[in-house]
Design a protein around this ligand. Sequence first.
Ligand code: UD1
Ligand code: UDP
Length: 387
Amino acid sequence: MKNIIVVFGTRPEAIKLAPFILQAKSDRRFRTYVCSTGQHREMLKPLLNFFEITPDFDLDLMKPGQSLADISIGVMRGLHDILNAHKMDAVVVQGDTTSCFIASLIAFYHKVPVMHIEAGLRSGDIYSPYPEEFNRKATGLVASLHFSPTEPSRENLLREHYSDEDIYVTGNTGIDALFTVIKKLADSPELRASFDKTYSFLNPKKKFILVTVHRRESFGVPMEEVMKGLVALSQREDVELLIPLHMNPQVRASAEKIFGDHAQWIDKGTPAHMGQSRIWLCEPIDYVPFVYLMNRAHLIITDSGGVQEEAPSLGKPILVARKKTERPEAIAAGTSKLIPLEEKAFVDTASEVLDNPEIYRRMSQAKNPFGDGKACERILNIMAERL
Ligand code: UD1
Ligand code: UDP
């Protein structure tokens, strides 16, 4: 039996690692430990409850408005102590967050093999997304095995001269998680009915646009241009926007400044009517209702990594509010498109998708370039063979 420790800190890592942890825990080839760095304290809690995962170690390191250095120092100290006290045969990390990169670095210092899930994504610009492009490259440097979600991500690693025999194309574990939730929603009319009730304020006659924004490299002017674009878009009679706001204080500050009276918070009292406003704001939504809402959306606008992978599986057109994306597969599949971070061009691009039925139809094809829901099983089999 190999001792493995799975380390995560943020919402997307918890979502993408939950199916892996659950399968690893029931796999007799491994003794699986779970470490939450707590980089996202509040946003992790409902996910861990939903997937019924209790971390063996919780570094609980989130501080409001934390700097990249704060997170790094916390993960370094915490994981160093854990690896000193417990002998591990592998450290499993996912993606490109600071928790992921620093955990990999500490594993390397302890000479424990690093298993990198979602390896090989590249935008080609070290500042976009920031600091994630650096984090995933640096994690790759110390990883023993690289689990790439797609063939193009494997090719990125080959171009950087990683050894072919250490790279495996497995699909993205996020799709494993998504399929679990889709099945849960399909099997449970009660659950769907409860979400129908929660979101009954959405007007079924309007095109519902679901929006998320949170990227560090967009803070300030670019994010505020996007928000101004959203306000302009909301002036259309035929649309309605719901924006679950990321907890990052910088996102909140820009939202308050730009949305002002144009938007209404749904968490602060029952939304009985909207007046002139067609923008609803809310706290981050739990993963299952968020999947329900993606499924219900006419269009999704986001700068999220994970949502770029989920929307094509759900057959939802997606506009990516970023200068560059490391997920070109969705663009190649025709379901996703970059949207400029400048108010007027932003509105023009969104309006084109809303107004041109042919473009909308082409972008709504359900495609699944990111996986088939069996990534975790593949990764565990490879790890059992290689460790
Ligand atoms: C982090 C990741 C990013 C990922 C994103 C997913 C890094 C450097 N960034 O960015 O790659 O795309 O998570 O959402 O690893 N906060 C809370 N409660 C929470 C979570 C966040 O209050 O549960 C607030 C805190 O004030 C915190 C701030 O948000 O300081 C920023 O969180 P942080 O993890 O530093 O960065 P994110 O922008 O969330
Ligand atoms: N998500 C969620 N609730 C929300 C917004 C997003 O559950 O209010 C989910 C989404 O379905 C995806 C993940 O969170 O699985 C993406 O997280 P985020 O956008 O924070 O990070 P990224 O993927 O950009 O690193």
